[in-house]
Design a protein around this ligand. Sequence first.
Ligand SMILES: C[S@@+](CC[C@H](N)C(=O)[O-])C[C@H]1O[C@@H](n2cnc3c(N)ncnc32)[C@H](O)[C@@H]1O
Length: 382
Amino acid sequence: MTPAARIAAAITVLDQILSGSPAEQALLRWSRASRFAGSGDRMALRDLVFGALRRRDSLAALGGSLTGRGLMIGHARQAELDLPAIFTGARHDPAPLTEAEAALTPPETLPDDLPDWLRPAWTAALGPQAAEVARAMTDRAPLWLRVNPARTTPDAAVAALAAEGIDTVPAPDFPQALRMTSNERALARSAAYRDGLVELQDLSPQQACALLPLAPGLRVLDYCAGGGGKALALGGRQPGMTITAHDALPDRMADLPARAERAGLRIALEARPRGPFDLVVTDVPCSGSGTWRRTPDAKWRLDAAQLDELLALQAHILDRAAPLVGPGGHLAYMTCSLLTAENEDQIRAFHARQSGFVAVMQRLWTPLQGGDGFFLALLRRD
Ligand SMILES: C[S@@+](CC[C@H](N)C(=O)[O-])C[C@H]1O[C@@H](n2cnc3c(N)ncnc32)[C@H](O)[C@@H]1O
């Protein structure tokens, strides 16, 4: 496909997303209907669509309308492409610019690409960094790997990946996290990945897991385990613990046994975990506002009613998980959100509901530190 034909395809897919279709579904539908497209085309289309969603409002302002076409005109203007050479109207190309589109004068200040209803909460949560973090959310997220200390060392993992053509750079001051700088798509087929030397995990959850108190013999429960990212990170860091994984939707844990085997770990799946545990991790469902670089359509789909539902679920999970913590044990609350309502406020409300837990630490990571937005609160039971 030519660059212009890819832009025409992005216009079609973006229009479907703007009409309410989830981005992944719209892309899949296009791929199925476009057998002529190769993997390079599909990747390029995905980059165009996700890039446009990250900057939806600013591209609409540059392109003159909140439509697939407006976003792609905005994209072409922002990337300083030759618009008449793309918008030609030839067979697979988008239609030529109308007079109004060609004459558009973009506003002097572009929107910040935040949903209007959420801006006050964003600003309250991030203070003087709010604008910079919003800007960071419009960039593509880096891909991070976690070196599995149960299998190898950071230096050996970097060398093993490099031998397979995958270049990585360790995070400053946190060498067990490797940022992929080339050949990301080769990872899943690489021996380094298959043999459990590395796992995919963003930088900030790795840093959060590294702050949790671990020791041989500890009984650890990952209460919202999903794919098991946190259980695997903890088990890799500290041998000799008993690790249990639970999720209200057990199907979400379908990949966990294979991932644990690859990592050389034993993780028991448990539908009804019974305490006491020495450490209970609640990596709760959240708005995902810290990960909007990866799922930019979620940024525009979230609304106040959904956020309220999530807040209620988070409180419910904390209340269910708390009794599973034994005396002297720890409760770790995690979200990939930047919003105070899901983070600090949620912990404050928990303390008001439940006595017997003391705050040990709280920490918020933002994309300005390299990884996704992430929150950790660690509490200890008296
Ligand atoms: C943020 S995801 C977990 C991601 C996972 N810990 C990881 O690192 O890959 C939240 C998980 O909580 C689960 N969940 C939702 N409601 C729950 C509940 N009431 N009790 C336990 N888990 C729940 C969801 O099914 C989802 O898998």
